[in-house]
Design a protein around this ligand. Structure first.
Ligand SMILES: Nc1nc2c(c(=O)[nH]1)N[C@H]1C(S)=C(S)[C@@H](COP(=O)(O)O)O[C@H]1N2
Ligand SMILES: [Mo]
Length: 319
């Protein structure tokens, strides 16, 4: 009897691990953690939850340090949210763009449990001069050695959120994913979950939070993750931050859909689908040159081959 095919992960880079979810195998609202995509700029640090600490300093009344138990003892919040890498779909760019050649699977939906970032910041007391909240990961390394975009030596993965988003109900520091403790590749023991924002804002392995009074211009904010915007005439660089909300009862989570289609005859077909949101925004038909190598959100045709019903196969399954 033929065994049903197991979906297998697609390795886009071995080291550090960058792994894609086989999107064609999507069958459920939540992606199981073992099939969830992994996007790492540096090797995943192995942090021991027992001696891990979270330091909160900068524009706060009282700098503090918390251990994992005291964070878990705080009021917990659970919500389901999609995390999508801004580079998802990059392989569809013509001509090809530099970067990991993701197809559609650098995206996933999971149930996240943790503590509102706002409640953690309140323990330290946010000063009135605060403008952004910088989240710093424990991973680090050198980026783009010998290139014009090379980092100034080894750097950590760090990104800031504007204060309004940092204190929103859609931003938590999560210690659990799909009801299990975070795994090493997904940020154990604590990561940011920033509902509605692209993946790079979801900093993993957080050990340090600094409340800042000036816009943060670190590598991952000012050198990477940009696209062009032409609204001012000449194209200007704007950081990637726009929320991309899917039409669903649960904000920030996706919704699966299906469409019944009976092909008239065997042969090759091309399927296309276009998303339109409640506000009437329509998914673009074609690639736009302004998005660097990110936000590949135009319609990607899917080729299918319709074959005659496999009789022998069916009988085997009936028993
Ligand atoms: N510390 C740290 N956090 C990080 C990254 C990273 O390299 N280091 N990658 C970011 C990017 S670009 C994405 S898309 C998401 C992916 O989350 P996942 O690996 O849990 O799927 O993590 C984000 N958080
Ligand atoms: Mo990403």
């Amino acid at each position: 009897m033929p065994t049903p095919q197991q979906p297998s992960l697609i390795v886009r880079q071995k080291s550090p691990p960058n792994i894609e979810f086989p999107f064609a195998s999507l069958s459920d609202g939540l992606i199981p953690t073992e099939l969830f995509f992994v996007r790492n700029h540096f090797p995943s640090p192995e942090l021991d939850a027992r001696d891990w600490r979270l330091r909160i300093d900068g524009a706060v009344e009282r700098p503090i340090e918390l251990d994992l138990d005291s964070i878990k003892a705080m009021r917990s919040t659970t919500f389901t949210a999609v995390v999508e890498c801004a580079g998802n779909g990059r392989v569809y760019y013509v001509p090809p763009r530099e970067g990991l050649q993701w197809q559609n699977g650098a995206v996933g939906n999971a149930a996240w449990t943790g503590v509102l970032l706002r409640e953690i910041l309140e323990l330290a007391g946010i000063k009135r001069t605060a403008r952004e909240v910088l989240l710093i990961g424990a991973d680090s390394g050198v980026v783009d050695t010998n290139k014009k975009t090379a980092s100034p030596g080894p750097i950590a993965f760090a990104r800031s959120l504007p204060l309004e988003k940092a204190i929103a109900d859609s931003t938590i520091l999560a210690y659990s994913m799909n009801e299990e403790p975070l795994t090493r590749d997904h940020g154990h023991p604590l990561r940011a979950v920033v509902g509605g924002w692209f993946g790079m804002a979801w900093v993993k392995w957080i050990t340090h939070i600094s409340v800042v009074e000036q816009p943060f211009l670190g590598y991952w904010q000012a050198r990477d993750y940009f696209r062009w915007e032409r609204s001012l005439g000449e194209p200007t660089l704007v950081p990637l931050a726009e929320a991309r909300l899917l039409e669903t009862e649960r904000p920030f989570a996706w919704r699966l859909w299906e469409y019944m289609w009976t092909p008239e005859e065997v042969g090759r077909y091309t399927l296309r689908c276009r998303a339109v949101d409640a506000a009437g925004c329509v998914q673009p038909d074609l690639q736009r040159s302004d998005c660097e190598s990110y936000v590949a959100n135009w319609i990607i045709p899917v080729e299918v081959t319709v074959v005659p019903e496999p009789q022998a196969y069916q009988e085997e399954f009936v028993i």
